[in-house]
Design a binder for this molecule. Sequence first.
Ligand code: SF4
Ligand code: SF4
Length: 344
Amino acid sequence: MLYRVMDASELPRLIDAFMEKYEVVAPVKSGRSFAFEPVSSFDEIVLDYPTTLTSLKKYILPPRETLFEFNVEDADVTDYTLRIRPRVLFGAHACDINALNNLDLVFEDARYPDPYYEAHRAATMVVGINCSPAGSCFCHLLDADEVRSGYDLFLQDLGGRYLVSIGSVEAANILEAACDLREATDEDRREFRRLTRERQEAFSNDIPDIQEIPMLMDAFHKDAFWAELGERCLSCTACSAVCPTCYCFDIADVLDPDGKTGRRERILDACTSPQFALVTGGHNFRETARDRVRHRMYHKLNGFNSKHGRYLCVGCGRCVRACKADISPIEVLRFFERKGAEDA
Ligand code: SF4
Ligand code: SF4
């Protein structure tokens, strides 16, 4: 990895340089919260934002996306990927970049690569920025508070200057053309280490650090805890909607009223929806909210891990704030803590 230092006053020039070729999406104030939205000037961007309400997922895996359009009469199919815009996702936190990396493992699986996802990813640059943990953040407990790949640039604020990790040649060329860069000094490295320690100490101690989570998920699979969560769950699917790593989808062919033209759509789905596992014949193999909530948590904290060696949940805390029934991975960690205390 290549590191350079740039003066903070040069950031607007970097944004302008990106805007020459790319749509720039960045964190902006949105009502009482923050959101990733396209911006037209540096002044709109909020750099020290807390976690946004929804994630960057919508720019790589839109909630509803036309995959292609067809015309039955002349047997014509429009290649959708031609309309994908080159884009820079600017100001992503480490957990959100780790979330994209997790989605890559699913959609860029060499055996079944998803061409639509790949087209978005190939047209997208990611520029990360360091953050300060909010009370509901627990990325550090799931090894997602730092990111080592999956970005083109990562900016670490050192106060008046940024230590920039450079992850791609394309981004390096734009950065070098737009800004005066210098080599990192020992003083920069010392400041980086000090700020990293400070950040690690800023995480809430209220969220228990549980070891062997996948094993505990198996051990307590039949515990009454899941039924209690199921009774509280409203099946509203808000948790999946805000989650940067929920990726289940449905496919629908939509025919226009003329019966000749139409489109194939991908629509994001949610395993917490009562219809999600309903199959032809009326059988629902996850009929109760208990089964659905448990399944979601298992995928986040056990199933994905056994296949890919890391948690699907990146501890961003979005579902903690979105769920009206106080159901989240943090509740699961607290349950394991209680169980540990009972056994002690
Ligand atoms: S499960 Fe919740 S905390 Fe984990 S990545 Fe999804 S929204 Fe974030
Ligand atoms: S866990 Fe919470 S957010 Fe998710 S479906 Fe149930 S009530 Fe809704």
